[in-house]
Ligand binder design. Structure first.
Ligand code: SAM
Ligand code: SF4
Ligand code: F3S
Length: 440
């Protein structure tokens, strides 16, 4: 075995897991290949949050099956949320896969690889599913970006929103120790990192599991932000995702006061009807959600508030959906991810009555997309003629300028004297719904 090809899908948590998978494989002496065709080991790091994710993966695994037919010595491994959700069914669907493990067991990847190379010698049949409780937060990552890094502050989720498969596949909420997090960030900064993104399904619940477990004094999320703000040389701290029910006044104060805390909160609303929010088990009403957004905007100048929205939850009436549109207008979101409800096996919402037809869901999501894009364009245009701070990340897509992101997490194409890694002030000269243009 000499080379590996890795393809990752899904959320930022999975993208960060992919960095750990690279570190684990490279520690085994494998070298990275950018195409699957010539690689000895093919690894697919999967997502299963919606049906569309499963369908996309099936296409990639079709390629893997063909490559495996051409060369029986090739190894195909699947990691991430799909095999965790499907367990043994996974191998019935994809019998050519040599081994699979879930996101809570990444550290067992070398073992899985060894078993796949010599299944008989290791005494395990091919298709070994490495299971068992563990926490991969402390694993090393092979970082993909020079000036930015992900830091996983917690794993899992215990919210059990009725539509969501994440608690099943990622396990219960578990926070890492603040000392380990601060130490990790110090090492990253010494290695040139200027911006970290703190990752968790619900970052503002950080530390609550430790407190519930008897550690009364365990630091909470605002305390973590304060501790990281004190790390010399760290310019920016981003964090996602925030849950509206846990967005405290203290957290809003911390974002307002701390120079490193970026003015961007990703705050999934999901829906605007209280009836639907209750059926989703989200733990807030539309009015409470808007109150939080208004408090945030009042305390943090230029804060960007972005969201996730689901169209077509079971039983969603025309009137319920109209209330989602109303909430979107009232919150004036700076950007949004919009999804069609997808029934996931084992979740409460999959068995609810009133599942809607595909064309109804599609028509609703298209209306949401149109509205949120209009708001995004308005939000970006407000920056034209003003100054914004940009961390330069690398060349722009067309190669003609440099590209970076503002504190509000908006992509900016920048001309003028600057270089990757620099944090510059730009004068914004133009805007589209996704991107700003400006001069350093
Ligand atoms: N923890 C975050 C939160 O609380 O919103 C993100 C969870 S999930 C990885 C990202 C988004 O996918 C969710 O916010 C939700 O909008 C969407 N999502 C999750 N399950 C879904 C489903 N069954 N159908 C459609 N969208 C879904
Ligand atoms: Fe899923 Fe809800 Fe947890 Fe987010 S908070 S990961 S939507 S269960
Ligand atoms: Fe997908 Fe798993 Fe993330 S299901 S969205 S990769 S937590």
């Amino acid at each position: 075995m000499r080379t590996y090809y890795l393809r990752s899908f899904g959320c930022q948590m999975n993208a960060h897991d992919a960095e750990r998978i690279r570190a684990l494989l490279e520690a085994e002496g494998l070298e990275r290949a950018d195409e699957p065709d010539g690689a000895d080991v093919l690894v697919y790091n999967t997502c299963t949050v919606r049906q569309s994710a499963d369908e996309r993966l099936a296409g990639h695994l079709g390629t893997a099956a063909r490559l495996k037919r051409e060369d029986r010595g090739r190894i195909v491994l699947v990691t991430g949320c799909l095999p965790q959700a499907e367990q043994d069914d996974f191998f019935r669907r994809f019998p050519f896969v040599d081994g699979a493990l879930g996101p809570q067991n990444l550290q067992r990847l070398p073992e899985l690889l060894a078993a796949a190379v010599e299944p008989a010698a290791k005494g395990r049949p091919p298709g070994f599913f490495a299971d068992g409780p563990a926490m991969s937060g402390d694993l090393a990552a092979r970082r993909e970006r020079p000036y930015q890094a992900w830091v996983q502050i917690m794993s899992g989720c215990t919210n059990f929103c009725s539509y969501c498969i994440v608690p099943q596949v990622r396990g219960p909420e578990r926070s890492r120790e603040i000392g380990a997090l601060v130490a990790e960030v110090r090492v990253l900064v010494a290695d040139g990192v200027r911006e970290v993104t703190l990752l968790g399904q619900n970052v503002n619940a950080y530390g609550l599991d430790l407190r519930r477990g008897g550690r009364e004094g365990a630091p909470d999320f605002p305390a973590l932000l304060r501790a990281l703000d004190a790390v010399p040389g760290l310019a920016r701290v981003r964090f996602m995702t925030s849950h509206p029910k846990d967005l405290s006044g203290d957290l809003i104060r911390a974002i307002a006061e701390l120079p490193s805390a970026c003015e961007h909160v990703h705050l999934p609303a999901q829906a605007g009807s209280d009836r639907v929010l209750a059926a989703m088990a989200r733990g807030y009403t539309a009015a409470a959600y808007l109150e939080r957004v208004h408090a945030l905007r009042a305390a943090v100048p230029d804060v960007s508030v972005t969201t996730d929205l689901i169209a077509g939850f079971p039983g969603e009436s025309d009137d319920d959906f109209a209330q989602t549109l109303e909430l979107v207008r009232a919150a004036e979101f700076d950007a949004a991810f919009t999804f069609v409800f997808s029934a996931r096996r084992g979740t409460a919402a999959a068995d609810l009555p009133g599942q809607l037809a595909a064309d109804v869901k599609r028509e609703r999501v298209e209306r949401l997309i149109a509205l949120t894009q209009e708001l995004a364009l308005r939000s970006r245009r407000r920056w034209v003629g003003r100054r914004a701070e940009v961390l330069i990340e690398g060349p722009s897509r067309d190669g003609k300028s440099l590209r970076g992101r503002t504190r509000q997490n908006v992509t900016a194409n920048v001309t003028g004297a600057t270089e990757p890694g620099a944090i510059v002030e730009i004068e914004v000269t133009g805007a589209s719904s996704t991107t700003l243009r400006g001069r350093a």
